[in-house]
Design a protein around this ligand. Sequence first.
Ligand code: GRF
Length: 204
Amino acid sequence: PRLVVVISGRGRNLQAIIQAIESGDLNAQIELVISNRSDAPGMQIARMAGLNCVCIEPKGFKRRDDFDRAMGARIAAARPDWVVLAGYMRILSSAFVQRFDGKLVNIHPSLLPRYKGLNTHERVLSNGDTRHGASVHFVTPDLDDGPLIRQASIAVADDDTPETLADRLMADVEQRLYPAALGDLIAGTVRFYDGVVWRDGQIQ
Ligand code: GRF
């Protein structure tokens, strides 16, 4: 199976996917890494791994739709089975989402449907939650709203700050969860069907 990974930042989820492929845990290949920022540290990770990478910056485009169409064309040319958003920090147009409908997935650092959007770690702490987590989900036109594929959680510690919580969530949850969720998708044990997630023949 062919993956295109779309990033904006540090690329720790990308790194985990690369490692899962290299270790044989994930049967896939990364055809292309796309970033909307030329200074994304994750691009260095992609280059070090010898992957094809391209940066498309929004400033060259007048409208969001034009940018998304250009990015969509690059992605489509790589003929992906799965388009993997890994820390991509722009909102996607619904035309883009529809173009890759059913093969577009994202990781979000919260136990969705709680805490859509930004600053999830801060909000978990300010609400006094005892657990925090991450979710891999199909992307639909509404932000952080699509059907869930996999979630996992950790305990919040009394002395956690947004930074310690975010770092622990990344290392203990996100970097394991994304390769595992992609494994589910590739194995066909999760299906996107009329907006319902099917796992092992059951509606979840
Ligand atoms: C992760 O926390 C991810 O869940 C969120 O953005 C962050 C990206 O980190 N969407 P990285 O670029 O994978 O290091």
